[in-house]
Design a protein around this ligand. Structure first.
Ligand code: BV8
Ligand code: ZN
Length: 287
């Protein structure tokens, strides 16, 4: 990264005591997890994610929607946190009051060293009953990831696809027939659904309150890998800016947040965030 921006961002981070790190799908892109902007692939290419990620779609075709989430969960299970996730953990280690707020439903922040991010849109690893909300177990995966894909096997990107299964470009595994019947709730027998927030559904109030509170009290907000188009999550950086906190953005391309940012770092999170940590704390063995 050239120009004054990285040094300026480093200075702002070093000066911060209560940073907020706000992340979107771009945070996990370098781990092989497709973003929402990335075209759907394989069986899913004819579906708009914003249509699939709805209660209506689940009601209309539970096996299609559950199959999509199981495919994404397999993909995430095989993915690894990238240096960007580790750099976020390094920031939290340096600044104990750091709050990490994510829109992502993968578990890469936790596996990257941030034990309890504020999850605005739920998780792929928290299934529950679609009727009584009883938590349900995560389905046992027939195949242990390492059995079915030799490292570096071209036909098996990091998404847990058995060799010979159709592998869609972009990393989304193409389960044999795509549809997977959701398990039945052990309590009431209704279909189990993924523990994510679907479009048209309210965000978990505790998470939204915690996010607004953190953004209201922060002295720096770092927004990473989000197109800032989905609400109310997209309002979190605005809360911080409205209260005078500097906002630093990490994204290879411009977004609606550019105008409120003190610094825009144009590059991939996996490269920019470790460099930012080094700029803030030159002694740091950044993630
Ligand atoms: C609700 C979980 C009502 C599921 C998700 C106000 C204005 C307009 C519309 C609305 C509004 N208020 C509400 C709405 C409707 C809707 C909405 O916002 N629609 C949008 C599309 C216009 N919001 C809702 O429906 C919300 N609920 O309003 O309920 C209500 C209220 C009370 C009571 C009852 C009901 C719920 C929204 C949550 C939906 N669930 N996820 C799942 O994952 O399947 S949203 C999902 O999409 C993600 O979680 C995320 O939030 C969003 C995708 O955005 P990003 O993460 O930013 O990813 P994206 O792919 O878009 O961009 C990636 C970015 O990364 C790009 O900029 C790219 O350049 C960059 N990038 C790429 N590579 C890298 C990188 N950056 C760094 N490094 C890299 N390597
Ligand atoms: Zn139930």
């Amino acid at each position: 990264m050239t120009g004054p921006e990285p040094a300026e961002a480093g200075r702002l981070l070093a000066a911060a005591r209560r940073p907020v790190v706000f992340t979107g799908a771009g945070m996990s892109a370098e781990s092989g997890v497709p973003t929402f902007r990335d075209a759907q692939t394989g069986l899913w290419e004819r579906y708009d994610p914003q249509e699939l990620a709805t209660l209506a779609a689940f009601r209309a075709d539970p096996a299609l929607v559950w199959g999509w989430y199981e495919a994404r969960r397999h993909g995430v299970r095989r993915a690894e946190p990238n240096p960007g996730h580790r750099a976020v953990a390094a920031i939290a280690a340096r600044r104990p009051e750091t709050v990490v707020i994510t829109q992502n439903v993968d578990d890469l922040h936790e596996r990257g060293g941030v034990p309890a991010p504020v999850r605005l849109h739920g998780s792929l690893f928290a299934p529950r009953c679609s009727a009584c909300a009883r938590p349900a177990p995560i389905p046992e995966d027939a195949t242990a990831p390492e059995d079915d894909a030799a490292p570096g096997d071209a036909a098996a990107p990091d998404d847990g696809v058995a060799s010979g299964d159709a592998v869609a470009p972009g990393g989304m595994p193409e389960p044999p027939d795509g549809r997977v019947t959701p398990p039945a709730c052990a309590g009431c027998g209704a279909p189990v659904r993924p523990g994510v927030v679907w479009f048209g559904e309210a965000l978990p109030s505790a998470a939204l309150d915690a996010a607004v509170e953190a953004a209201s009290g922060c002295d720096l907000l770092l927004t990473v890998g989000t197109s800032a188009l989905v609400h109310p999550a997209a309002e979190i950086p605005l809360v911080a800016a409205r209260l005078g906190a500097p906002v630093v953005q990490v994204n290879p391309v411009p977004t609606p947040l550019d105008a409120i940012c003190a610094v825009n770092l144009r590059g991939p999170a996996g490269e920019v965030l470790p460099a930012l940590v080094r700029a803030a704390w030159p002694d740091a063995a950044a993630g």
